[in-house]
Design a protein around this ligand. Structure first.
Ligand code: ADP
Ligand code: MG
Ligand code: MG
Length: 248
């Protein structure tokens, strides 16, 4: 059934319209891929869904499970089950990765943490992501390499169990092995949970092992095409040329 519904959404930054009349729907447990040339507005869509106040909604609505969330702040949206993995994850000095995860789970669920379950889930997720236990006591993302930051984001996704995770170029700047590991983490999320995914990506490598239900093409702020996994393959072979003029 319907999880996220984006209806006629137009978004501006500093009075410049970036997203134009966007419509799409994500069902529970579905994986959607969003592709498009640089500057098309993909990250803008991610930030807008998550409630970043720099992005002004000019028209339209965003509904989560039938309720509008556009008046909700980012923290409320996170509690309602949205998760955004940033293109450039923040470094947070003074908070270890483990205490960050504990706090985030407590805040999102509003309940005390079940420690034994937490430790079991954490161990399992870190094994999938081939992360050494020593990361848990290090400050969140501080001094982490690009690949380690991305793994830390996927770890957060696996532990926070959102209803919808938006991954913004989680694969950019990763070497082949790291892409495979991150992809395995996303695969675990697809298999073990009822969570949906919106994967924003330029590269098709990360998608190879994943189940993809729908692919959307964004050009110059407009959604110009929606298809199935075969569309990823077409982009892989032919690029965006066929779609560029549709954004005019
Ligand atoms: P993509 O993620 O598809 O590469 P973005 O969403 O980052 O695209 O950017 C879409 C457009 O919005 C680009 O033209 C970009 O220059 C512009 N833009 C993005 N962020 C800002 C900002 N903070 N201020 C002004 N313009 C911005
Ligand atoms: Mg970009
Ligand atoms: Mg981007």
């Amino acid at each position: 059934s319907e999880l996220l519904k984006v209806n006629n959404l137009s978004v501006a930054i500093d009075d410049t319209e970036i997203l134009k009349n966007i419509d799409f729907t994500i069902g529970k447990g579905e994986t959607h891929v969003l592709m498009g040339p640089n500057g098309a507005g993909k990250s803008t869509l991610g930030f807008t869904l998550m409630g970043n106040p720099a992005y002004e909604i000019k028209s339209g609505d965003i509904e989560l499970e039938g309720e509008s969330i556009i008046e909700d702040g980012t923290d409320v949206r996170a509690k309602k089950g949205l998760f955004l993995s940033f293109q450039s994850p923040y470094e947070v000095a003074g908070i270890s990765l483990e205490s960050f995860l504990r706090n985030a789970i407590r805040q999102i669920t509003g309940k005390p943490l079940k420690i034994m379950q937490f430790k079991k889930d954490l161990k399992e997720a870190m094994e999938i992501l081939q992360m050494d236990e020593s990361y848990l006591t290090r400050d969140l993302n501080v001094g982490f390499s690009g690949g380690e930051k991305k793994k830390s984001e996927i770890l957060q996704m696996l532990m926070l169990r959102p209803k919808l995770a938006i991954l913004d170029e989680t694969d950019s700047g990763l070497d082949v092995d790291a892409v495979r590991t991150v992809s395995r983490g996303i695969e675990a999320y697809q298999k073990n949970r009822d969570g949906a995914l919106l994967i924003i990506t330029h590269s098709t490598r990360i998608l190879e092992a994943l189940k993809v239900d729908y692919t959307h093409i964004l050009v110059k702020g407009k959604l110009v095409e929606t298809g199935d996994a075969a569309l990823v393959e077409e982009i892989n072979n032919n690029g965006f040329a066929r779609f560029e003029k549709l954004g005019e």
